[in-house]
Design a protein around this ligand. Sequence first.
Ligand SMILES: Cc1ncc(COP(=O)(O)O)c(C=O)c1O
Length: 474
Amino acid sequence: MPKDVSKDSGQTSVLRAPALSPQPVSVTRKMAASLPGLRKLATEKGLKIHHLGAGYPHPEVTDPRAFLAHKARYFEHLTSTSGINNPDDIPEYLRESYAYTDTLGPVSVRENFARVYGGDWNVSIRPDFLLPTVGASGGISLLCSLFERPGVPLAYITDAPTYAGFIARAQLASQARIYSVEMDEEGPVVANLRQQIEAARADGRLVPFYYSVPDGHNPAGFSFSDRRRREILAVLRELGVLIVEDAPYVYISYASEKERPRPFLSLDPAMTVHLFTGSKIGFPGPRVGFLYSEATVSIQGDRQVPLRDLLLTESSADILFHNPEALYGFEALLHDEDMKLRESLWPVAEGKLVVYRENRGIILDGLDRGLGALSAHFTWTVPQAGFFTVFRFLDEGITTDDAFVQRLVADHGIVVIPMYDFYPRDARERNPRAGLDELRLSFCFTESQGEARRRDLAESVAAFCKAVRSLTGL
Ligand SMILES: Cc1ncc(COP(=O)(O)O)c(C=O)c1O
């Protein structure tokens, strides 16, 4: 019998699985775990807690009650237009909502989404190529699973810094390694992107894709320029690597219609795997997402197959099918008050943007007011989309590690997220100080609403500026 005894349960383990090891815990989860204790410490000192850390949608724009009423009306509309005369008969949507369905999910949902989303981004979307996913996270996982399946050494190319959820998923597979690419103010440095792909191939690794968040980058707090997007595409086309475009913030956009950069989806759907999520334009709870790609892959035996076919098989063996009721609920969101299919999701986005635009203004104005005169010492990004700005200390002597952010909570009541953990391991090996001069400030979440929200956020940013001045002695 193995001698290994679990300290927690006091039980002897039954299964021997020495190949398994625990995964590292992300800094956001560590922060969340240590927050109650730090919060207690801060409140004992009479400090108010200032939320600049949480990346959640704001409660003011995610009250589900109006949506549920709209959904109920939409479902009534589906019943009344279903041609059913006998009240005992079950309408199609209802029967399907609680039945086993196809992995692609209800056809009407995909057709309607293809029309509305395609219209918004000026791209013709094929409904039969829309694959329902469990949020954008499900899309990331599905792609990784597909390429991990053959067991060959893999390289995932991504930005430094990159989305924590992608790092977490990528490092689940021991045969995969992240090769990261430093960014400048327009996006990933294209020469480095090329270099990393070539280095990974020289190391004998398959390079399936470059993963990024081009609009409202989480955590980098900016959007890629149009010029950079085209440069990225040119390199990836030449080298035969797909781009995975994680797009949760395309509608959480502060740019005017003319200034909005085009997503990769609309620049080249044959080079792109686009991940749409309902989490920010709608609600995270129903876990609605779609993966879309017109890419073709050359596989075993030199066969050319649509990536969509491979992913569909993968998905049917994985989730089998998405929750059809949630998909019909999403379809309700695609319809207006008169139950007409919307021409665009922008009016829905506007319902969210009223809060996020205002919050962004409060944060950027507050930083300008509090630290604008000290621009030789600090910078911050001005996000064109998304939930975040990245604040950077330009002077040496500040290290934004766990101890630093814990002090910010305990001594100033300020919750922010350190950036270093968003840098993949290789980026930190190249530059051990990567991210250790940066903090991610989010402006999406407060506990309060309306006027109290505005006041709380203004107080938070003022408190942050004061703390920064005190910590740096400026
Ligand atoms: C870049 C990015 N990708 C994916 C997600 C997760 O999205 P979903 O709820 O669709 O899984 C988030 C959530 O914050 C995100 O910021």
